[in-house]
Design a protein around this ligand. Structure first.
Ligand SMILES: O=C(O)c1ccccc1N[C@@H]1O[C@H](COP(=O)(O)O)[C@@H](O)[C@H]1O
Length: 208
């Protein structure tokens, strides 16, 4: 066990102060700012700064990067005072550990057991914010965060089947591409928490 708290919820791709308010109201643990050029959720440096300041220390802020240079990620990490850095591409090498921030590294479901890169919280996800659900190999993921097409309706069953440490959602809490729905954020968090609680109940009864 890597010690990451089971029951962690991440909402990614926020773009407005209203999105932040919805996340804080729903007590989201990790809020993701997408800093990937070309993404429909990409934030300019100014937008990212405004949102980061609004969050303050009310949640942990994750910067999402994909195949960007070390110096770019380093400078952005400092400028935004990110709490965690998510590397969503094929980033290799040990330099990333020198960012001084816990790393979330995206890993394909088929590679999860073999991937040896240092990561505080592996993110098992076949996609990159496209909202596409993938067939999950029958396995448990107690040390990982899962993502990829999670929705208000699917999150509870996935938590109960896969027992992840954390869940991550973007498209599944949007009313249209790139636009978050406060109601969906609230429902997603409620459903996820009930399911995590159910998993804990089952685990307790097995351990008795
Ligand atoms: O959201 C994006 O635009 C994005 C761009 C590049 C890399 C990752 C991106 N998002 C990540 O995708 C998952 C959520 O995906 P889904 O939309 O719920 O299927 C999450 O980890 C985001 O950080």
């Amino acid at each position: 066990m890597n010690g990451w708290q089971q029951g962690t919820i991440k909402v990614c791709g926020v773009r407005t102060p209203e999105d932040i308010q919805a996340c804080l109201q729903a007590r989201v643990d990790l809020i993701g700012l997408v800093l990937v050029p070309g993404s429909k959720r990409e934030l300019s440096p100014k937008q990212a700064t405004v949102l980061r300041d609004l969050i303050g220390d009310q949640a942990r802020v994750v910067g999402v990067f994909m195949n960007q240079s070390y110096s770019q990620v380093y400078e952005t990490t400092l400028a935004l005072d990110l709490d965690l850095v998510q590397l969503h591409g094929q980033e290799q090498g040990r330099c990333w550990e020198q960012l001084g921030r816990p790393l979330i590294r995206r890993v394909m479901p088929s590679d999860y057991r073999r991937d040896r890169r240092a990561s505080a919280l592996p993110l098992v996800d076949a996609g990159a914010g496209h909202g596409v659900a993938h067939p999950w190999p029958a396995a448990r993921y107690p040390e990982a965060m899962i993502a990829g097409g999670l929705t208000v309706n699917s999150v509870a069953a996935l938590i109960e089947a896969l027992e992840p440490a954390a869940v991550d959602v973007s498209s599944g809490v949007e009313s249209s591409p790139g636009c978050k729905s406060p109601r969906a954020i609230e429902e997603f968090c409620r459903n996820a928490r009930l399911a995590f609680e159910q998993v804990r109940r089952v685990q307790r009864s097995i351990n008795q």
